[in-house]
Design a protein around this ligand. Structure first.
Ligand SMILES: NC(=O)C1=CN([C@@H]2O[C@H](COP(=O)(O)OP(=O)(O)OC[C@H]3O[C@@H](n4cnc5c(N)ncnc54)[C@H](OP(=O)(O)O)[C@@H]3O)[C@@H](O)[C@H]2O)C=CC1
Ligand SMILES: O=C1O[C@H](COP(=O)(O)O)[C@@H](O)[C@H](O)[C@H]1O
Length: 621
């Protein structure tokens, strides 16, 4: 007999045969329920759903896993969950609540705002729970690069600003590496404050913050480490909780994506009892790249959807946490200037550009499996593209915004090979972890074309490259020439709105003015909103800091929804497969250059008119 629990899968993954079985072996006697096969995978209906092994859920076509419970610890939890469910009485009711809560119509593959409003009122673990009470932040992969460079520093900054009060928060690092609490703290120290230049106050905060961190060593395919982790979390919760408090568990997967499926399992075991009994919430943050192409991304999405509700899943894209990316919708929709001219009648072309002046630097092995399109374009730049090109959402509700993002992604036409230039910097293959004949692009320019009323005919030129001549990311909206131009402005250059995402955040508008003096001549100048100058003394938060805070607050606006992810992979998968099949080859370029000259030619062909003799320099003070 097998029991499948909604959103909850017990311990121990063991590979099974051709069938995927989410189940938990229990004593005979419980029966009923059914597994329902729907698009994108299996949805568990009702909580819990009981099914014989013979009628267990069918696989998704990929690898299959069987969950088998191995110890009393889990048994205890299952028993408690069943008791709880009987206590609340109506199992069907819970199941339908879940369905509404998810708001995802599997038949049409669409999210429905109406249903999502049920989420707001009907999702106890997301909306109805006060955002107070013990908060456990669990960083899986705590020994890794992302954790030390981004996750823990972001947590430290949040702590310093009072968002992680020590009377509520405990931070856990989890990884296989066998180190002590203090060893992890020592590893992190230099990433949290600079050795020289830290104030006594910072150092004091640092030592208090480090005391909030505990480390648990364990694997993802046995329950030992997890049991320890869970025990610790439960102790923390019972110590810090008062009667009205709820428990909050945030799992941050700072792990290679290949580990995700087994990590979800661990996370679930951690949550199963507490979720039902303590009335708190569990959220899970997953990093990009989420899949390698449409099929693998959908498979990962189906796996995670079997275990968690969409409102619990935070697919992080740190570009969505950057100040000027977050400003994009404000700029577009809160300014009368831009509303009437943001369209094909006025805009000639749009560029979204990411450049780095260093190569893959020790990450060659990882990078070579993905390439620049998967590393930067399919996620970071495409998210920026959505914010530039989407229609105005009905409101600022996360679902309204994400609905518009999906719509514009779905309006992108298939990419034409003539609209692509790929490059690979010379020396990339010298990295011992990169194969000698690697066809992986480290540079790409791709033109996206949108088939809708606003943008028909306007090329969106998306460019990203490593080992180029500078490090910057910006959005460049180039306007058309002035009709009936009496000043011959177009000879000097077109109007451009530039949003400099980094470094030196700025928004500037290139425009034609009269050259000061006695003569009547024109020149290019700019209206310049340089953040450093305009917002002196204001610290711009790090992207991760902002996004982690959003996860604690339960705000999904700046996270990627499942259907967004699918639509983004639909755009790039055919191109990626052509590259993998060797149908498209990267052109070599010199490190420190602008990339292949063919990319500049493509830019010109697309209509971009470069302003010669004009450069914008960020103000020095
Ligand atoms: N690093 C970065 O700057 C960025 C990373 N990301 C994403 O963040 C995630 C983590 O990246 P990063 O920290 O660089 O990755 P790492 O390669 O540093 O891996 C993180 C940790 O995961 C554990 N790990 C590695 N391989 C396995 C395995 N096969 N099975 C179980 N555990 C494993 C290791 O810990 P241990 O051996 O101790 O268990 C390691 O310390 C990835 O999805 C990456 O794409 C996204 C943006 C930027
Ligand atoms: O996700 C990634 O982003 C970084 C660039 O991030 P940024 O915030 O410094 O612009 C990139 O270096 C890395 O290759 C990629 O995985």
């Amino acid at each position: 007999m097998w029991v499948a629990l909604e959103g909850s899968v017990p311990s121990i993954l063991s590979k099974s045969g051709a069938e995927k079985t989410w189940g938990l072996e229990v004593a005979d006697g419980v029966s009923g329920g059914s597994a329902e096969m729907e698009e994108g995978g299996i949805k568990n209906e009702g909580v819990p759903r009981f099914a014989d092994a013979s009628e267990s859920n069918q696989g998704l076509g990929g690898e299959s896993w069987e969950y088998v419970v191995q110890d009393d610890f889990i048994w205890g939890r299952v028993f408690i969950v069943i008791l709880y469910l009987f206590q609340i009485g109506n199992l069907e009711c819970v199941g339908s609540k879940k369905k509404k809560r998810e708001g995802y119509n599997m038949e049409s593959s669409k999210w429905h705002v109406e249903e999502r409003s049920c989420i707001e009122s009907g999702s106890p673990e997301i909306e109805d729970v006060p955002e107070t009470g013990p908060l456990s932040i669990i960083v899986l992969g705590a020994s890794g690069d992302l954790a030390k460079k981004k996750t823990f520093p972001a947590l430290f900054n949040l702590y310093r600003q009072g968002f992680l009060p020590s009377d509520q928060v405990q931070i856990y690092g989890y990884a296989r590496t066998k180190i002590s609490d203090d060893e992890l703290r020592d590893r992190l120290r230099s990433y949290l404050v600079h050795d020289n230049g830290a104030s006594p106050e910072q150092l004091d905060d640092l030592s208090k913050f480090l005391q909030l961190i505990k480390y648990v060593s364990g694997s993802y395919d046995s329950e030992d480490g997890f049991c320890l982790l869970d025990k610790d979390i439960s102790e923390h919760e019972s110590k810090k909780k008062s009667a009205e408090d709820s428990s909050r568990r945030l799992f941050y997967l700072a792990l290679p994506p290949s580990v995700y499926p087994s990590a979800y399992n661990i996370v679930l075991i951690c949550c199963i009892c507490f979720l039902f009994l303590a009335g708190g919430w569990t959220r899970i943050v997953v990093e990009k790249p989420f899949g390698r192409d449409l099929e693998s991304a959908e498979q990962l999405s189906a796996q995670i959807a079997e275990l968690f509700d969409e409102p619990q899943i935070y697919r992080i894209d740190h570009y969505l946490g950057k100040e000027l990316v977050q400003n994009m919708l404000v700029l577009r929709f809160a300014n009368r200037f831009f509303l009437p001219c943001w369209n094909r009648d006025n805009i000639d072309n749009v560029q979204i550009v990411f450049r780095e002046n260093f190569g893959t630097e020790g990450r060659g092995g990882y990078f070579d499996q993905y390439g620049i399109i998967r590393d930067i374009i399919q996620n970071h730049l495409l998210q920026v593209f959505c914010l530039v090109a989407m229609e105005k959402p009905i409101s600022l509700k996360p679902e309204h915004i994400r609905d518009e993002k999906v719509k514009v992604l779905e309006s992108v036409l298939p990419i034409n090979d003539d609209d692509v230039v790929l490059g690979q910097y010379e020396g990339y293959r010298d990295d011992p972890t990169v194969p000698d004949h690697s066809n992986t692009p480290t540079f790409a320019t791709v033109i996206l074309r949108i088939h809708n009323e606003r943008w028909e005919g306007v090329p969106f030129i998306i460019k990203a490259g490593k080992a180029l001549n500078s490090r910057k990311a910006d959005i460049r909206v180039q306007f058309k020439d002035v009709p009936g131009d009496i000043y011959k402005c177009s000879k000097k250059g077109r109007n451009e709105l530039v949003i400099r995402l980094q470094p030196s955040e700025a928004i500037y508008m290139k425009l034609t003015v009269k050259k000061p003096g006695l003569e009547m001549s024109t020149e290019q100048s700019e209206l310049d909103l340089s953040y450093r100058q305009r917002y002196q003394g204001v610290t711009i938060p790090e992207a991760y800091e902002r996004l982690i805070l959003d996860t604690i607050r339960g705000d999904q606006q700046h996270f990627v929804r499942r259907d967004e992810l699918k639509a983004s992979w639909e755009i790039f998968t055919p191109l990626l497969h052509r590259i993998e099949n060797g149908e498209l080859k990267p052109i070599p370029y010199k490190p420190g250059s602008r990339g292949p000259t063919e990319a500049d030619e493509l830019l010109k062909e697309a209509g971009y008119d470069q302003t010669h003799g004009y450069t914008w320099n960020p103000p020095s003070s």
